[in-house]
Design a protein around this ligand. Structure first.
Ligand code: MCA
Ligand code: AMP
Length: 500
């Protein structure tokens, strides 16, 4: 039997008493115990009749048990569908009806709401303290389980990423996608079993789940596993860590802590940033304060990580470094797709073993973004400097990134436009000191209609995860448009900057 992802990540540690998860209050879970828990969970899934290729939806707090569900899916050949805990029932309804999971796992407090949208799936509960029906069922199971054969193309996970024009798309990630990326990153960033990663990211996205967890497990490293990002708690654990991975908001928040000093970070080996642009100013301030240069890298849900600044060598602010080993990056004309010369600005396209297989049950969307040649059209605009460093200079896709979370304006505009009395709306991001970007909506009323921003917000927010809520809504007479009639969001951004 061989499972190309589970074996190197977890299987080979089945007898290891090295620590894997370091938790609050001196609690620790060793690799062997984690692997045993994954076997018990896999036995629960098998008992329910789940078979290779079935989907398992997971919307729960960050716990060791939740992470073990991921490992259990890998060893069973099941496809994990991790879901942001902030999603509302109407957001979840779409994901569950599209992905058709056989099993849904949620907090007991959400079980009633979830029951209404299960669509025939089984339901188990898993709470923030690790209790729930799933843990109870697992406890009664043997700690051995025959790992299911999984080859390169077998699906490991589906991660939803919102569409710029319509419905969310499920990015299908294979065992080989995840393994190749973890291998490249662990090697490039020189991870070893002596590392202790401070893990304060959520585990329902690529950064916290695949980059942080896979790189650590592949290297036999331990993780200080924090349920959420809390600067004070993070600082308290810093002396035990060797590495940290975060979104830029982590770093700006740490810089606002007086106790985050050169001395406090002297023992650290590596700080990695990604998921959103790290301002060159933050990079510089961080180095001035700590003496460390943050290593910025660039990735996407569809491609895992594409590029990274070097571990050895110059980490250049405002750039995301070089393509990862085995990954090709080219810059093309966004209209014609023709390759551009080095130094010219255009669409960033990516090809390599990291690139996903397509969108779940959306062949047309896949064909629009994934070329037959294997190049994925990222929607990010970039340029390669004379030394080969990739710079992301903008985004062609209409997207806001707030604190590392993606917000697709279209999703909010559709809701605003549906409110009676609204003629049209535009949603966009403006610079924000903490989250990088903050979401603002401008709304044009129908002739003769009086609209109230607060009332508009209360109409749309029940349908949207909290992080997608516009921080401000303005009522305007009309929207700025170019000669083609397209709304000029760049003009709106200028008008409404700063955010408050
Ligand atoms: C929380 N809020 C937010 C965000 N997070 N609003 C906008 N954007 C956000 N990112 C809401 C809260 O619900 C709260 O609402 C209010 O804003 C203030 O929250 P606060 O307590 O300040 O925030 P927090 O709970 O401390 O969270 C901030 C955070 C978190 C730690 C930066 O957002 C986070 O963990 N972000 C990481 C996201 C991530 O992992 N992205 C990777 C995606 P109220 O006013 O009701 O209290 S993977 C990816 O992008 C690719 C592949 C890549 O390259 O990595
Ligand atoms: P997601 O679809 O959530 O995986 O978000 C991927 C997007 O995040 C990319 O297409 C980029 O626009 C953005 N992104 C990720 N890392 C960086 C980075 N280091 N700098 C700028 N943008 C980034």
């Amino acid at each position: 039997m061989s499972n190309i992802l589970f074996d190197p990540l977890f299987g080979r540690h089945a007898n290891s008493t090295a620590p894997f998860l370091l938790l609050e209050g001196a609690r620790r879970i060793d690799y062997c115990d984690f692997v045993a828990l994954s076997a018990q969970l896999a036995n629960v899934f098998a008992d329910l009749g789940l078979v290779k290729g079935d989907r398992v939806a997971l919307q729960v707090a960050k716990t060791p048990e939740a992470l073990a569900v991921y490992a259990a899916c890998l060893r069973s050949g099941l496809v994990l569908l991790p879901l942001n805990t902030a999603y509302t029932t109407s957001e979840l309804d779409y994901f569950l009806s599209d992905a058709e999971p056989r099993l849904v796992i949620c907090d007991a407090a959400d079980a009633d709401a979830m029951t209404g949208i299960l669509n025939g799936a089984e339901l188990h509960t898993l709470n923030a303290d690790g209790s729930g029906s799933l843990s109870a069922a697992a406890a009664a199971m043997p700690t051995t389980h025959d790992v299911v054969d999984c080859a390169e193309g077998d699906l490991a996970a589906i991660l939803y990423t919102s569409g710029t024009t319509g419905r969310s798309k499920g990015a299908m990630l294979s065992h080989a996608n995840l393994l190749s990326n973890a291998t490249a990153l662990a090697d490039l960033w020189q991870f070893t079993d002596g590392d202790v990663l401070l893990h304060a990211l959520p585990i329902f996205h690529t950064h916290g789940l695949f980059v942080a967890v896979n790189v650590s497990a592949l290297s036999g490293a331990a993780m200080l596993f924090h349920p959420t990002f809390n600067a004070e708690k993070l600082l308290a654990d810093l002396p035990r860590a060797t590495t940290l991975m975060g979104v830029p908001t982590f770093y700006t928040r740490l810089l606002s802590e007086a106790s985050f000093t050169r001395e406090a970070t002297a023992h650290m080996r590596l700080f990695v940033s990604g998921s959103a642009p790290l301002l060159a100013d933050t990079h510089t301030a961080f180095e001035a304060r700590t003496g460390h240069r943050i290593l910025e890298r660039y990735g996407m849900t569809e491609t895992n990580m594409n590029a990274s600044n070097p571990y050895m060598g110059e980490r250049r602010p405002g750039t995301v470094g070089f393509p990862l080993p085995g990954v090709e990056i080219r810059i093309t004309d966004p209209t014609t797709g023709a390759a551009l010369a080095q130094g010219e600005t255009g669409m960033i396209e990516v090809r390599g073993p990291n690139v996903f297989g397509g969108y779940w049950r959306m062949p047309e969307k896949t064909a629009e973004e994934l070329r037959e040649t294997g190049f994925f059209i990222t929607g990010d605009l970039g340029q390669i400097d004379p030394d080969g460093y990739l710079m992301i200079v903008g985004r062609q896709k209409d997207l806001i990134i707030s604190g590392g979370y993606n917000i697709y304006p279209k999703e909010i505009e559709v809701l605003l436009d549906a409110v009676p009395g609204v003629r049209e709306s535009a949603v966009f991001g403006v610079p924000h000191a903490d989250f990088g970007e903050a979401t603002i909506g401008v709304v044009v009323p129908e002739a003769g209609c009086a609209l109230d921003p607060a009332a508009l917000l209360s109409e749309i927010t029940p349908h949207l995860a909290r992080f997608k809520h516009p921080r401000r809504i303005e009522i305007v007479a009309d929207l700025p448009r170019n000669t083609m009639g397209k709304v000029q969001k760049n003009v709106l951004r200028k008008t409404y900057t700063p955010a408050t």
